[in-house]
Design a protein around this ligand. Structure first.
Ligand SMILES: Nc1ncnc2c1ncn2[C@@H]1O[C@H](COP(=O)(O)OP(=O)(O)OP(=O)(O)O)[C@@H](O)[C@H]1O
Ligand SMILES: [Mg+2]
Length: 329
């Protein structure tokens, strides 16, 4: 349902060109959950924002194709994009605290998308004080609040975001994203600000949505463990590039890229024999003015000269597993 081909999103900065998304190719099947994994600043959010064409200024999509249900998102008119956002493709943004508007009731914010896309029609009635109300819309909002696990929806509908806990705010954002029954849900680190038990509940909720509505999901996370548990496929990004992508069990059991292997070695385990966590030596590079060649080469123990100078092609390991590394050839 979604095919991203050679997507490049660049930011011109005073320090040089930042290739936030550098030649990224990805695909997502209908009903699938894809985990997009990588360290902070590697371009995960910019990849999702590119899909909705919401890259912040001065960033720009400079090349590539994003084929969604057979047509190229990058060729659509602004009016077509407004129809697509929220209705066909919905996004749960990274920071729930700043995404909800503090001065509007949560229930009204959940109903906004329904109103914008005209989903519930215009069935309006007047209450005894003469206020116009949209009956069907409120009913749908209450259903959505119940579905995402917000208790006492009737009361919660009238409350403001500051009266919601972090977990409840995240649930409200999921309700907003779900309101128009999107085919694709882009979830940008939906659990980062939450404690582990709430994190597990939110992930279980996303899984339930995927199962019951068949919604395809791209789950952005910096936690490879979370991706391994919830996603059928995993894509690993490093410094703007997609370095490895494939079915979860193949990527976890037979990782090819030295960065993916490094990430796996640095996950703490509580079962099995005790082992020291091995951090990946070195630091994430500055994306401004990054040279051609593999961005991981300066930290890679297997790197040779060609890795530092050549553009590394994406190599096919198996039918659905690909990796951007010269060690494979
Ligand atoms: N307004 C901007 N101007 C210049 N560069 C930017 C701007 N916004 C983002 N970038 C660059 O784009 C790169 C990718 O950012 P992005 O937000 O996609 O990272 P991320 O993988 O989502 O990180 P995190 O896990 O912290 O959310 C960053 O390294 C940053 O340098
Ligand atoms: Mg981000």
């Amino acid at each position: 349902m979604l095919k991203i081909k050679n997507l490049c999103t660049h930011f011109p900065t005073e320090r040089g060109l930042v290739k936030a998304v550098n030649n990224v190719s990805l695909s997502l099947g209908s009903g699938e959950i894809l985990g997009l994994v990588g360290e902070s600043g590697c371009g995960k959010s910019m990849t999702l924002l590119s899909i909705l064409r919401l890259v912040p200024y001065p960033g720009k999509i400079v090349a590539g194709r994003i084929i969604f249900n057979g047509s190229d998102i990058l060729q659509k008119s602004p009016a077509e994009m407004r129809m697509l956002r929220g209705k066909e493709i919905a996004m749960i943004f990274q920071d729930p605290m700043t995404t909800l508007n503090p001065v509007f009731k949560v229930g009204e914010q959940i109903g906004e998308s329904l109103r914008i896309h005209g989903i519930m029609g215009q069935k309006i009635f007047q209450d005894k004080y003469g206020y116009k109300k949209r009956l069907a819309e409120k009913k749908r909002v209450l259903e959505l609040m119940e579905e995402v696990g917000i208790p006492s929806p009737d009361v919660r509908y009238q409350e403001y975001p500051h009266q919601f806990s972090g977990g409840m705010q995240q649930r409200a954002l999921i309700a907003i994203a779900l309101s128009c029954n999107p085919k694709l849900l882009l979830a940008d680190e939906p659990t980062t600000a939450l404690d582990v038990t709430i994190q597990a509940q939110i992930l279980a909720l996303l899984e339930q949505i995927n199962r019951e509505h068949g919604t395809s999901i791209i789950l952005v996370t910096h936690d490879l463990g979370v991706a391994a548990e919830f996603c059928q496929r995993i894509a690993v990004m490093y410094a703007g590039s997609l370095v490895e992508e494939g079915p979860t069990d193949e990527v976890i059991e037979r990782p090819y890229h030295p960065y993916t292997r490094g990430l796996l070695r640095s996950i703490p385990r509580i079962t099995g024999e005790k082992k020291r966590i091995e951090p990946i030596p070195g630091n994430v590079p500055d994306l401004a003015g990054l040279a051609d060649g593999c961005p991981f080469a300066p930290r890679c123990t297997l790197a040779h000269n060609a890795c530092r100078t050549e553009m590394i092609p994406l190599q096919q390991i198996s039918a659905h597993h690909q990796v951007r590394c010269l060690c494979v050839s």
